[in-house]
Design a protein. Sequence first.
Length: 419
Amino acid sequence: MEKLVIKGPTPLKGEIKINGAKNAAVAILPATLLIDGICTLDNLPHISDVMISCEILEKLGAKITWNTKNCITIDTRHIDTTQTPLDLTSKFRASYYMIGSMLGRKGEIEVGMPGGCQLGARPIDQHIKGFEMLGATVSVGNGVIYAKADSLVGNSIYMDIVSVGATINIMLAAVLAKGTTTIDNAAKEPHVVDVANFLNAMGADIRGAGTDIIKINGVDRLNGNSTYSVVPDQIEAGTFMLAAVATKGDLLIKNCITKHLDSITAKIVEVGGIVEDFGDSLHVYCNHRPSKANIKTLPYPGFPTDLQPQMGVVLALADGTSIINESIWESRFQYTQELNKMGAQITAQGKTAIFEGVETLSGSPVCSTDLRAGAALIIAGTAANGVTEVHNLEHIDRGYEDIEEKFRSIGAQINRIKT
Ligand code: UD1
């Protein structure tokens, strides 16, 4: 077991380089199963979700060569089995992308029920509905999902709810299907677009990703033989933007797509921070106590739920009373109890939390309840007076590369300690 020990307060200052996007990487890796060839993936974040994805691909027959820490070459010419290791697939959420990819590649797949952060109920009915409309049969039982299709045929699929995972999964299943698939009410997140860009670079014909309607014209084969660089991580960039504001710091955040961060920039400006936009980098600073703001999380281009806890730290320290309405996940306020241990005054009920801003937080032992909650607690520990210990690091390591090195490089006094 490990913990992070943080001594604050420290205004975070300096430059930080953003890695490739976790949520794009964990979809692009399974997407390589659709390729009857070899491809190279660059700008892959070196995080545990990526490592587990690679392990699953290898168990299915893929050959992976690590060129550098963030670049792999993957040969998916020989996929020998349709059974994924159930213990590995149930370790993280994105293992459900193996279903869309393997239905396309082999017409059959068995995966463990996806794991991941406990944010409330995480149904996959829209994924299943999409697969069935393409001609697959899907059964779920005893912690296992089994899907089979003699052939997949394009169809018009209306999503009852905007779902990132279902949009990507149906796109994966449709790439090699016969005819045209239309996904209506599709998710528009940057990683949906990135997966479509990757597949198109490998020979797919996907149009409209990033809008409400995605059209996939089925092709016979994906050839690969190409190098693809994963999009910069919108959520990692937003995490550091909010860390700059919460700690009254001054950060230059490099290697990001600033357009993806518009909703965060707008809220930072609303609370009194300054954001200078240079297209592929952002200068964010705030030399005073932030002011209150209200937030509602929404699908892209709305304020992302995955930055709600980090924004929560800013509002916990803000001047005045703020309200966050979480519209995506039903239990994403577990981190507020941890912040309250540090002196915050937050009342959370259901999907709403009221933040009575306090001037300072004080260090305390806290528990990372999920991935983004963990990032929020590191920010809180950096802003707080005294020593904070963050426990349960496995969540954080699933999604942030070298998190403590990065915080240390911008001034945080943070150390990882074995317990
Ligand atoms: C992805 C992200 C996650 C992020 C979330 C919302 C990955 C690996 N994870 O999760 O970090 O918090 O998007 O931006 O990319 N829903 C259904 N039925 C379904 C699917 C979803 O009702 O079949 C509901 C969910 O309960 C939730 C909402 O739709 O309320 C959005 O979920 P979705 O976009 O699918 O989230 P994930 O893809 O699981």
